[in-house]
Design a protein. Structure first.
Ligand code: DAH
Length: 341
């Protein structure tokens, strides 16, 4: 390439150079073009090789390359200083509020579960988990619900197979059986987890939901211990002034059994739509573990006694956050989930 073409080429490169407003690129431009070993110096050094009659013409051309490079460098520097790297492409309004960083959030079921777990952990309960696919023994028979027992109809169960009977667990009470079979008293566990029931899906019911089961087995555990434990739990979760009310009930695995209501934390007991104007809201089922269940699990009912309770996590979450449709919990609509960030 002759020297004139080389000079033209340099001129073009200089004009088209784009640093992307990057400080390193600007510095590289300086070194490559106007530095002491840069292209402009090299070009000027060639002057001695140009035939005399063209020296003047070449000198002018080389000089304009030099000026172009210097002017370009000054312009590159100015842009860099005006908008430092990184924010090069932003409009220069630095007072603009920062862009929100959208972090994920825990699902309201997980948040509620964790809150319930923490309360019981502070009372010395430990978390125990069990499988979601269960055999007949752990879901029913050991829990004092033999095959022909009418209380099996209390829960519409999903059967995975009939022989041997395998089900999607319909309650987390299964875990109390598993733990009692494995451990010796004293036992103090809570078992959160997913359960399944063949229910028509509606605003109030779903075919999948979560429960937390509690179990305390030791010597001389009484119904008074159960009441105190539940009262403390209710006051921790719903506030210091919360009262509890126990209504006699029936569960095959507890005797006596009770359902627990809490005084309505919305209206304080005066009556509102959440408590259906009764002043009370149902929150869990509980009772003293039936001696037949203890025996089924190899624990001596003469020596040990205990209580158990079970509650629906969605139900607690719906009360706490005033959610009126359980289906929202499983649809993963971000407009719903974002409200729990
Ligand atoms: N398993 C019961 C249910 O799903 C809830 C329950 C009630 C659990 C009383 C218990 C209990 O441990 O003592 O409806």
């Amino acid at each position: 390439m002759d020297l004139f073409s080389r000079a033209q080429e340099l001129l073009q490169q200089i004009e088209q150079f784009d640093s992307q407003n990057n400080a390193q690129a600007v510095e590289k431009f300086r070194i490559d073009y106007i530095g002491s070993k840069g292209a402009v110096k090299e070009l000027l050094a060639e002057l001695k090789n140009v035939p005399n009659e063209r020296k003047r013409e070449f000198g002018q051309l080389a000089n304009s390359v030099k000026q172009a490079a210097e002017a370009k460098y000054i312009a590159l520097k100015e842009t860099l200083d005006a908008a430092p790297e990184g924010i090069a492409n932003l409009p220069n309004d630095l007072t603009r509020p920062a862009k929100l960083h959208l972090a994920g959030a825990r699902h309201p079921i997980a948040q509620t579960q964790r809150e319930i777990e923490r309360i019981f952990e502070r009372m010395g309960f430990v978390i125990a988990e069990g499988p979601e696919i269960e055999d007949d023994w752990h879901n029913f028979t050991a829990l004092n619900t033999p095959e022909d027992h009418p209380s099996r109809d209390m829960q519409d169960t999903f059967y995975v197979s009939m022989n041997p009977v395998t089900v999607l667990r319909s309650q987390t009470s299964t875990v109390q059986v598993r733990i009692m079979e494995q451990q010796k008293p004293p036992i103090r566990i809570i078992s959160p987890g997913r359960v399944y029931r063949n229910e028509t899906i509606s605003a109030r019911a779903h075919c999948q939901f979560h429960q937390i089961e509690g179990l305390y087995i030791a010597e001389n555990v009484s119904f008074a211990d159960l009441k105190q434990c539940i009262l403390h739990f209710a006051q921790e979760l719903f506030g210091r002034n919360t009262q509890i009310r126990l209504r006699p009930s029936y569960f095959p695995f507890t005797e006596p059994s009770a359902e627990v209501d809490i005084s309505c934390f919305i209206c304080g007991g005066k009556g509102c739509s959440v408590c259906k104007h009764s002043g009370w809201v149902e929150i869990l089922g509980c009772g003293m573990v039936d001696s037949a269940v203890l025996e089924n699990c190899g624990i001596d009912p003469e020596k040990y006694s205990g209580f158990a309770f079970g509650m629906g996590i969605e139900r607690v979450a719906m009360l706490k956050y005033r959610i009126n449709d359980i289906r929202l919990m499983f649809e993963n609509d971000v407009r719903f989930l974002r409200q729990f960030g």
